[in-house]
Design a protein around this ligand. Structure first.
Ligand SMILES: [Zn+2]
Ligand SMILES: [Zn+2]
Length: 343
C-alpha cells in the first residue's frame, strides 16, 4: 500500500522541487502522520548544500509535528487524530555502539529528514515507538521538541557543575533554549553573546542574566568586553553558532580548568588552529554534542511545564510550496529566529 503526498524532494544538493511522491505503508509497527508543522534549522542549510550525512533523493524536515492519520498493523499506543511529535532518529539496535548502550553513535544511524524521508511533506511515516503524544501542547511549542531534545542531550554531555559561570555564543533557537537550561541547571550566571538585538531582548525576557551584542563581522572585537565580565575567564564557553570566527575566540575565554563546548555545526572540513600546550597547561576540556536520542520525553516535560520558554522563537511560517523562501529566511533574514513549514 502506498499513498501519494506532496513533498519537498531533493534530487541532488541544492536541487529540489515540490512534487507528488508515493509514501509506502504504514507497515507493521508504523503510523502515517499528517504533518501539521515542520521546523527548519541550520542543519537544513547544511543538508541543502549536501553536508551532514544526507542521502538523495531526500525529503528533509527533521522537526516534525503531526496528527496520526493511518495506523499500521499492531499499533496499539496511538489513536487516529492524535497530535504527536516524531523523534526522527532511528537506531539499528545491533551494531557495536547500539549494543554498548551508546545508540547516538549507531553505525547505521538513520534520521528522518537527513538520510530518510522527513517532514517537509503532507505526510510522513514514523515508527510507533518514535511518536510522543503532544496532546494539547501549543503547535509552536510542539515544533520545538526536537531542538529542545538536542539541548537536553547537550546538557547530559556537558555535565554542568553547579555555580558555573557560563558564556554562550549564539541566540538562535538552540542558543536561546540552551541558555535557559543552563540558567535552570545550576549556573551562577549565564552570558549570551550574539549580533542581533531583538534576539538578545528575547533572551533577557527568558531570564538570561547578561547579554552582549557582537559585531557579526568581527566577533573578536567583543573579547575585551567579555573578558571584563570575567577576568579569569568563564567556566564554560559554548559555541552555538557554528561560525569559525566565533569558534576561534572561544578557548581564550575559558577559565583554567574549564570547558569549551562545541554545540554549533561548522562546515565539515572547516578547521581552526589549536595550541596543544594551552590545553595541556591550562587543563582545558573540549566537548561536543550533535544530536539526541531518547530525550523527547524530557523535552516535552520542559515544554509542558514552561520551564523552557519558546514564545517568540517561531517568527516565520511558510506553505510547503514556499520551501525555498523558508530556506532563504533561515539563511539570511536577520528577523528570522525559526522558520517553519505548514503543509
Ligand atoms: Zn534541527
Ligand atoms: Zn546501531
Amino acid at each position: 500500500m502506498s499513498h501519494l503526498v506532496r513533498a519537498v524532494v531533493y534530487d541532488a544538493p541544492g536541487q529540489f522541487s515540490v512534487r507528488d511522491v508515493a509514501v509506502p505503508g504504514p507497515g507493521a509497527g508504523e503510523v502515517r502522520l499528517a504533518v501539521e508543522m515542520a521546523g527548519m534549522c541550520g542543519t537544513d542549510l547544511h543538508i541543502d548544500a549536501g553536508g551532514f550525512f544526507s542521502r538523495y533523493p531526500l525529503t528533509p524536515g527533521h522537526e516534525i509535528v503531526g496528527r496520526v492519520e493511518a495506523l499500521g498493523d499492531g499499533v496499539t499506543s496511538l489513536a487516529l487524530g492524535e497530535r504527536v511529535v516524531a523523534d526522527n532518529t532511528v537506531l539499528c539496535g545491533h551494531c557495536a555502539a547500539c549494543r554498548r548502550g551508546e545508540p547516538l553513535y549507531c553505525h547505521n544511524l538513520y534520521s528522518l529528514g537527513v538520510n530518510g524521508p522527513g517532514g517537509f511533506a503532507d505526510a510522513v511515516v514514523v515508527r510507533e515507538e518514535k511518536c510522543f503524544v503532544a496532546g494539547d501542547l501549543d503547535l509552536h511549542a510542539a515544533v520545538m521538541t526536537e531542538p529542545v531534545s538536542c539541548v537536553v542531550h547537550g546538557m547530559d554531555v556537558l555535565g554542568l557543575r553547579p555555580g558555573a559561570d557560563v558564556l554562550v555564543f549564539g541566540a538562535g533557537p538552540t542558543g536561546l533554549v540552551l541558555a535557559q537550561l543552563l540558567v535552570h541547571g545550576g549556573a551562577a550566571r549565564v552570558t549570551l553573546a550574539a549580533p542581533t538585538a531583538h534576539k538578545l531582548a528575547l533572551a533577557r525576557s527568558y531570564g538570561i542574566d547578561v547579554t552582549v551584542e557582537l559585531d557579526r563581522d568581527d566577533p573578536a572585537g567583543a573579547v575585551p568586553a567579555l573578558r571584563a565580565g570575567a577576568p579569569d575567564g568563564y567556566d564554560v564557553v559554548v559555541d552555538a553558532t557554528g561560525a569559525l570566527s566565533v569558534v576561534e575566540i572561544c578557548l581564550q575565554l575559558v577559565r583554567d580548568g574549564g570547558t569549551f563546548f562545541v554545540y554549533g555545526m561548522t562546515d565539515e572540513q572547516a578547521s581552526v588552529p589549536l595550541r596543544p600546550y594551552e590545553v595541556f597547561r591550562r587543563e582545558l576540556t573540549i566537548k561536543g554534542s550533535f544530536a539526541q536520542t531518547h530525550c523527547f520525553d524530557r523535552a516535552l516535560a520542559l515544554l509542558r511545564s514552561g520551564r523552557v520558554r519558546t514564545d517568540g522563537i517561531v517568527t516565520h511560517e511558510f506553505a510547503l510550496g514556499d520551501y525555498g523562501r523558508a530556506l532563504e529566511a533561515t539563511r539570511s533574514d536577520r528577523s528570522c529566529i525559526k522558520a517553519v513549514v505548514v503543509p
